[in-house]
Design a protein around this ligand. Structure first.
Ligand code: IZC
Ligand code: ZN
Length: 426
C-alpha cells in the first residue's frame, strides 16, 4: 500500500543524474502516460499508467494528463531581510545605476539598516511567508544567504533564521554566509579590516552549523579579486564550500577565480570573459545564472548562456530573490526570461532548475531528480507539456507540490462563477 499515487500523468520529466555539462544539458527524458507512487517520503514506484491501476494507495491523485516534474531547486536567494526598497524604483527610472545607489548608502545598505533593526522573530515570520510562496510556486529546496547584517550579531541572526526555517519547515534550506556583501558605512576606506572581521566569524559559524557555504560580492566598489580569493581561502580552510557573486556588472575575473578555487558555483556572470567561460567548461564550478536580475536592473545584455552551454559548462538558474535587484521568488518567470533573453531551450531550462541547481548547492544526490529511493519532491503542473512553462510567462502554473511525499501546497480554484451563498443551496 503506497501513501500517494499520482496517476494519469501526461508527461513525466526525469532529468538525468548530474551535474550536466554542455551537450548533456540538451537532453531531457520525457515519459508519457505515466504514474508515480510515494512511500515514507520517498519515490517508491515509477511506471506506465496502465500498471498503476492495480496498485493500492491511501491517496490517489488524477493528474488529468498534465505534467509532473521534480520539485524546483532555487540555488541563489537572499531570503531573510528586513524592510523593502520600493522607493529605489524612482531612482532606477531616473537612470541611477545600481552600484551608484549603493555608493550613496542606499541599496544593500538600506536593507542592512532595516535588517539590523528587526528582531529575529520578525525576520523569521517575514521569511516564513516568503518560503510559503516559494513552495506555492514549485520550489522544494533552496539556498538562502545572509549578508544584510555586516556585523557579527546581525549576520548570526539571519543565519539562525535560516537554520530555524530549515528545521521547522518541510522544505530543505541550504545556508550561505555572505558577510562580505557590501562595505558597511562604519568601515568605509577600511575594507581589509572589515574583511578580517568577517573572516573572524567563520569558526563560530562553522562550530554552530549555521552555514555550509560562504559567498562574497566581487564587484567594482565592493570586493576585489584579491579580497575574494583571501575570503574563499579562509572559508575553505575551515571546511566551507564557496560561492561568489562574480562578473555581474564589470568583468573583474571572478569567474576564473571561482574555477581556480574549486568553488561550487559562480553566480551572475553577465560580464564573464571568454576566458572565464572556457575555464567553466574545464572545471567543476556550476554557472548559476540570474536573468531576473538583469531584467530588473533594466540591462540590455544577459549572461551568455548559449556560449556557456555550447562550450561545455554546467549552467543552473536561480531567482536571486532579494529586495533590491530582483524582487521575485517565482522561478517560472526566470524560466521564461531564460528562454526569451538567453535563448536557452526548454530542455536546458528544466535541467537548470532541477538537477544542475541541486549540484550548485551540494544537493545533487538528494534533489533535482526523480528515481525510486529518492526524496518524493514533486510538482504537478497545470500544463500540457514541459515546454509550456517558459512559454506562458509570469503565471503560477503549479497545481500541487509535494515535499518528502507530503503535500505542501495545492491550488484552490477562484470562485468567480456561480458562487453559492449560505442558505441558498447549490
Ligand atoms: O540587496 O541588492 N546584487 N546583492 C548583490 C544584491 C544584488 C542584493 C541586494
Ligand atoms: Zn545575489
Amino acid at each position: 500500500m503506497y501513501d500517494t499515487l499520482i496517476e494519469n500523468i501526461g508527461q513525466l520529466i526525469l532529468p538525468a543524474e548530474g551535474p550536466l555539462k554542455g551537450d548533456a544539458m540538451k537532453q531531457l527524458e520525457v515519459k508519457e502516460n505515466m504514474a508515480i507512487a510515494f512511500e515514507d517520503g520517498k519515490v517508491a514506484w515509477i511506471g506506465p499508467n496502465e500498471e498503476a491501476r492495480k496498485l493500492k494507495a491511501n491517496e490517489r491523485v488524477d493528474a488529468m494528463e498534465k505534467t509532473v516534474t521534480p520539485g524546483l531547486v532555487d540555488p541563489h536567494t537572499h531570503l531573510v531581510f528586513g524592510g523593502s526598497r520600493e522607493n529605489e524604483l524612482a531612482l532606477k527610472q531616473a537612470g541611477v545605476p545600481y552600484l551608484e545607489i549603493l555608493q550613496q548608502g542606499g541599496g544593500i545598505l538600506s536593507t542592512v539598516e532595516a535588517t539590523r533593526a528587526e528582531s529575529e522573530t520578525h525576520l523569521y515570520e517575514k521569511a516564513k511567508q516568503t518560503l510559503e510562496q516559494m513552495a506555492a510556486h514549485g520550489v522544494t529546496t533552496l539556498e538562502a544567504k545572509s549578508g544584510y547584517g555586516l556585523e557579527r550579531e546581525a549576520e548570526l541572526k539571519q543565519l539562525r533564521v535560516v537554520k530555524r526555517l530549515n528545521e521547522e519547515s518541510l522544505l530543505d534550506l541550504v545556508s550561505t554566509f555572505l558577510g562580505p556583501h557590501a562595505i558597511p558605512p562604519e568601515y568605509k576606506g577600511n575594507e581589509e579590516a572589515f574583511l578580517d572581521d568577517m573572516i573572524r566569524l567563520l569558526p563560530e559559524i562553522s562550530e554552530e552549523g549555521l552555514a555550509e557555504f560562504t559567498d562574497i560580492f566581487c564587484e567594482t566598489g565592493v570586493f576585489t579579486i584579491e579580497q575574494s580569493r583571501r575570503f574563499m581561502k579562509a572559508s575553505q580552510a575551515l571546511g566551507f564550500q564557496t560561492k561568489i557573486h562574480a562578473d555581474e556588472i564589470d568583468p573583474l575575473g571572478g569567474t576564473e577565480l571561482a574555477v581556480s578555487m574549486g568553488a561550487a558555483s559562480a553566480d551572475h556572470l553577465v560580464a564573464a570573459s571568454d576566458e572565464g567561460i572556457d575555464r567553466l567548461a574545464e572545471g567543476d564550478t556550476v554557472a548559476v545564472l540570474l536573468p531576473g536580475t538583469t531584467f530588473y536592473l533594466g540591462k540590455d545584455y544577459y549572461a551568455n548562456a548559449r556560449k556557456m552551454i555550447d562550450s561545455g559548462a554546467a549552467v543552473a538558474l536561480a531567482t536571486d530573490f532579494n529586495p533590491g535587484s530582483c524582487v521575485t521568488y517565482n522561478p517560472q518567470m526566470i524560466m521564461s526570461l531564460a528562454a526569451l533573453k538567453m535563448k536557452m531551450t526548454p530542455e536546458e531550462i528544466w535541467n537548470s532548475v532541477t538537477v544542475n541547481a541541486a549540484h550548485a548547492i551540494g544537493r545533487g544526490d538528494v534533489a533535482g531528480c526523480l528515481s525510486v529511493g529518492r526524496k518524493a519532491d514533486v510538482v504537478l503542473w497545470d500544463v500540457p507539456n514541459y515546454k509550456y512553462i517558459p512559454y506562458h510567462y509570469a503565471a503560477n502554473h503549479a497545481k500541487a507540490v509535494w515535499k518528502n511525499g507530503r503535500k505542501v501546497w495545492e491550488r484552490r480554484g477562484a470562485r468567480v462563477f456561480s458562487v453559492p451563498q449560505p442558505g441558498q443551496g447549490c
